[in-house]
Ligand binder design. Structure first.
Ligand code: PAF
Length: 277
């Protein structure tokens, strides 16, 4: 595996005509990331993974500082997965003129709901870094995990508005045996919290089982309560149209429905989602 630290070196390496699949990450790699690498390897001649903890997408400084860094084991996992290239840039490489006065992306409605509402500036930082990474890697296909469902829609919109020539492939969320969605942040949970964390998925699953017969608001309230009894502080549990994340008040089988949750456990923000139909 090539480990490349500058955009210039990357572009020298990737100048051939080979098809390139790209998996952007912030490291602390888990099976979810590896499943994206595997999909890319099946569909492209060259697979590039990036690891870059992007400062501009953290609306909370302590979340940025505590973001897990496990570069040595990440490299091992990438080699094992037969990744062709790891792009590992420095902050200076990605932000050579600093991080003040960064460009503003038109995220529209998506910036007003769910994570857009609760994490101001987050999706602008995501749009900016993914735009920069796509310019650097110039991939044919971009692989994203559906656990970050809203992020997938934001990135698709950025690609459309910037007229970038890349196909977005979204891949299903991978879960531990107890249902907890795989996430880099899980490594920060204490043993006790790790045992409680699957409650998020249990709630999503309970909502899916009951949404056609019980009013959504009622199930939503009981999930918020159950989570609170177990030490979670819930930011949102919302039902939305999976095509555009328009918030829905109740079950409507004529639309594609998704329920999304963001909840804090031991100060660690966990998100998850589940399609309802
Ligand atoms: O999902 C992530 O890990 C990040 O938001 C991404 C897409 C790598 C951009 O920094």
């Amino acid at each position: 595996m090539y480990i490349i630290k500058t955009i210039l070196e990357l572009q020298n390496l990737l100048h051939q005509n080979a098809s390139v699949g790209f998996v952007p990450t912030m490291g602390a790699l888990h099976e979810g990331h590896i499943s994206l690498i595997e999909k890319s390897r099946l569909e492209n001649e060259i697979t590039v993974c990036s690891i870059f903890i992007n400062p501009t997408q953290f609306n909370n400084q302590s979340d940025f500082e505590k973001y897990p860094v496990t570069i040595d084991s990440d490299i091992e996992k990438l080699i094992e997965a037969k990744t062709d290239v790891l792009f590992l840039p420095s902050v200076n490489e990605m932000y050579p003129t600093g991080m003040e006065n960064i460009p503003i992306y038109d995220i529209g409605y998506l910036d007003t709901v769910l994570d857009g509402k609760f994490r101001p500036g987050h999706f602008n930082g995501v749009s900016l870094i993914v735009h920069k990474l796509l310019n650097a890697v110039q991939p044919h296909k971009l692989y994203l995990g559906e656990k970050d469902f809203q992020q997938c829609l934001v990135i698709k919109r950025m690609i459309l508005l910037q007229k970038l020539n890349v196909e977005v492939i979204t891949c299903p969320t991978l879960r531990d045996d107890d249902g907890l969605a795989k996430s880099s942040r899980n490594t920060r949970l204490s043993a006790e919290a790790r045992l409680k964390a699957p409650l998020i998925y249990n709630c999503l699953y309970a909502i899916k089982n009951n949404i056609s017969t019980i009013p959504f608001e009622q199930i939503q309230q009981s999930c918020v309560q159950k989570l609170a009894q177990n030490g979670f502080e819930t930011e949102y549990i919302l039902l939305a149209n999976a095509d555009n994340l328009e918030i829905m008040t109740d079950f409507d089988d004529t639309k594609k429905m998704i329920v999304l949750i963001a909840s804090f456990l031991e100060g660690i923000r966990l998100i998850d989602n589940l399609r309802m139909n």
